[in-house]
Ligand binder design. Sequence first.
Ligand SMILES: *[C@@H]1O[C@H](CO)[C@@H](O)[C@H](O)[C@H]1NC(C)=O
Ligand SMILES: *[C@@H]1O[C@H](CO)[C@@H](O)[C@H](O)[C@H]1NC(C)=O
Length: 472
Amino acid sequence: MLKTPDVLLLFCLVGAAEALYKQWVPDTNYENKTNWDKGAVPCGSDRVQFPAQRKVSVFVETTHGVREMRLPVDGEFILNSRAGFYVVSGQDPSCGTGVTAQFKDPTSLQWFDPALWQAAATLNDLQNGNFLFSVHEESVPCQYDDVVFKALSSFSVDTSSSQSSIPVKSVSVLGKMFDSKSEFSQYLSSRSGQLQFHGSSAVTVENQGCGDPSGCECGNSENNQRICSTVTCESVSCKKPLLPAGHCCKVCGAIMTIKYATGFNLQTYRERIRHLFLTLPQYKSIQLGMSKVLKSQWLMEIIPFGTTSEIQVVILDQEKGTQAEALASDILKDVRSHGTTIGIVEAEFQASSGSSSNQSGINVGTVVGALFGVLIIITVIVVMVVLIRKGIVQMPKLHLMPSMSTTKKNNDFDLGGPLDHGFDNPIFDKPHMLPDIPGLHENGTDNSVYITKTGVHFVNPVYDDKETDFNA
Ligand SMILES: *[C@@H]1O[C@H](CO)[C@@H](O)[C@H](O)[C@H]1NC(C)=O
Ligand SMILES: *[C@@H]1O[C@H](CO)[C@@H](O)[C@H](O)[C@H]1NC(C)=O
């Protein structure tokens, strides 16, 4: 048996493994040529301009010569050790005649723009460029994710949203990791924090991380519109384009739906798919995203009755979805032979070619079984109601009536005494007006609704007057 500390440790490891790292891609570094309007880092002959009203935090990694520099009213340089500027008088021969270079405006970049984030399962993967594909909603940091701003760099992010806060598990800025709420809000109010994070909502570090080995929902659905407003969808050319949950665009490929049981571990399964399939040469161009999503449950496809969690696997390729479909069948084969050991109850897929997983096998059997179960239950209920109404089956005496009375009397259970009906329920009020129901029975007419001089009455079979002594 495991001792308590081991159990705790195990739980922590499993829990920690479920969060992803989301890294903000753009930076406001002096050395990044994409930050300059001329597309090149200024050199010794150049005049450097930061527009006066541009509030910006610029990271400088090394030493730079400039001819002239104009600084904004409000802003900061974060200087790496040995970084700095020196003024070049005259011309720098290696720089030519010199231009006027302007630092671009980074302040419009949105936190909720999925294109500006990279996701990875570990910090190592993040550094080695082993990025994970995600649907748009989950490309943006989820509530249990670790958010990373690159170590030797500064940035500017607009955190406007309709919520007052954007909760995440942790935030790393300039190589320092914040996982305490108070420490990070202190950083946000600092000089650098205010220049780097701006907008109506505050990023807060308040979540413990996802403790469920089968994964947690991202929690970005509330911001779906904001996220999708930044996305431009490409046109798709397949027969039946698919719209994955949490994605902004229709895609060609395949969507797998996996129902899991205890013992399913999302992180382990993601690794399994990566090792078994994504390393194969024929699946080189595949993008695969796997996450837990909420699905509405429908009874007979009309009546909603709550939601369940399931694992959605989105598979895309660059070839109209044919490779994606092949991979989906391969994964399904793997589920059929090993599903029980990895905690998968059933799996199915939809492909953009119009085909879907075969209407046989474990999944369909269960679905058909469940459907029959529901049908049988409904039939039994209907038959019971009909039988009770016709008086063929009698309900056992129910002592529920007293609780329907709004004025309380302790002797309410004594049905022999005078009843206090409490409110004007026509069923109980004027017993002498009740027609002769057995007579109606013999005629075979429906006795459940009838009309008297006082209005429309109905008989509730549960409180049938023949069984409870209300007429007394
Ligand atoms: C420079 O910035 C661009 C866009 O903001 C980013 O994609 C790129 O990774 C940055 N370059 C480096 C070397 O960090
Ligand atoms: C479906 O069944 C047919 C014939 O039984 C088989 O050829 C095909 O590969 C199956 N497809 C999948 C996705 O399992």
